[in-house]
Design a binder for this molecule. Structure first.
Ligand code: UGA
Length: 343
């Protein structure tokens, strides 16, 4: 943990401190592990953490949905390490903080190998908690708004226990994250581990996989390619979209603050999928067709975060409106697709 001569002598060490913390050669660096750090949110988080020259960052990723390309600016940097590793297997590294993001987040990817998804959430979180316990690290879990299932309360605050189908096709993710939250609190109560839980609501921005399958990336890629925007029925279902830089800011504030959470991190601006399609059409391609297609089972009908807790406890609120964030994502998608905007 970063420290100076005076505060070092008086600061009470956390439980089970790493031997490195007390060693004479200890440097004033924070060593931070980011699981899933090659992914969409993970790589933006790594960018922010690397900007602080006191931080050393270790990324582990199995590259199922993440990509080395997202981290190319840091590969070879002396304060950065990248490890190909699957969190369902144990990992031993000496770190002060763990941001535990690893898990596919797009429904088509997390449903593709449901057993692996639940293993990632349960065994992956157990392994990271074991590591946190061993080295005395603080651990932050990126949970999800999906723990609220198809919510019967609207908007959702953190006290809502959710409405989740335990045996549905989305359960590997929803229930997996719910168990992960349970494990976090059990380790906290039983072993005194310092925990932080963020409930992330729909997030968008540059570096999302073009074939990710989630709605914002689908609509933007479709609009750029002049393909119909696929609004899944009924189209009146709602989501609240947070730009990735706001999300990363919220996660770092949560890690650095003193509250365990769970805390919702999301943008309360709520849109129907028809409204989102119309906005993308207007901003990116006014001549594109909007086409209604079938939906998938158990799709939540509404979702909007109450962010009072994040606001009061972390001093956080999102800054980027959807209309401002979409063009930033369009620019990134155009570059990667190699399709320039017609003027
Ligand atoms: O983006 C996220 O952060 C979240 O994405 C998913 O949750 P979901 O809200 O179902 O995400 P999408 O697949 O983007 O779907 C959002 C809505 O758009 C609709 N949709 C999706 C794709 C599409 O082409 N067209 C379309 O209308 C879906 O039916 C759904 O109602 C994950 O399950 C969450 O864990 C994750 O946090």
């Amino acid at each position: 943990m970063a420290t100076n001569g005076n505060s070092y002598a008086t600061t009470k060490p956390p439980p089970n401190p790493s031997p490195l913390r007390n060693a004479k050669f200890y440097q004033a660096n924070m060593r931070i592990l980011v699981t899933g750090g090659a992914g969409f949110i993970g790589s933006h988080l790594v960018d922010r953490l690397m900007q602080n020259e006191k931080n050393e960052v270790i990324v582990v990723d199995n590259y199922f949905t993440g990509s080395k390309d997202n981290l190319r600016q840091w590969i070879g940097h002396p304060r950065f390490e990248l490890i190909r590793h699957d969190v369902t297997q144990p990992l031993l590294v000496e770190v002060d903080q763990i941001y535990h993001l690893a898990c596919p987040a797009s429904p088509i990817f997390y449903k593709y190998n449901a057993v692996k998804t639940i293993k990632t959430n349960v065994m992956g979180t157990l392994n990271m908690l074991g590591l946190a316990k061993r080295v005395g690290a603080r651990i932050l879990l990126t949970s999800t708004s999906e723990v609220y299932g198809d919510p019967l309360v609207h908007p959702q605050d953190e006290s809502y226990w959710g409405n989740v189908n335990p045996i549905g096709v989305r359960s590997c993710y929803d229930e997996g994250k719910r168990v992960a939250e349970t494990l976090m609190f059990d380790y906290h109560r039983q072993h005194g581990i310092e925990i932080r839980i963020a409930r992330i609501f729909n997030t968008y921005g540059p570096r999302m996989n073009i074939d990710d399958g989630r709605v914002v990336s689908n609509f933007i890629a479709q609009a750029i390619r002049n393909e119909p925007l696929t609004v899944q029925s009924p189209g009146t279902q709602t989501r609240s979209f947070c730009y990735v830089s706001d999300m990363v800011d919220g996660l770092i504030r949560l890690m650095e603050g003193s509250n365990t959470g769970p805390i919702n991190i999301g943008n309360p601006g709520e849109f129907t999928m028809i409204e989102l399609a119309e906005t993308v059409k207007e901003l990116i391609n006014p001549s594109v067709e909007i086409r209604h297609v079938d939906n998938t089972p158990d799709d939540p009908r509404q979702r909007k975060p109450v962010i009072t807790k994040a606001n009061e406890l972390l001093g956080w609120e999102p800054k980027i409106k959807l209309r401002d964030g979409l063009p930033l994502m369009e620019e990134d998608f155009r570059q990667r697709l190699g399709i320039t905007k017609k003027t």
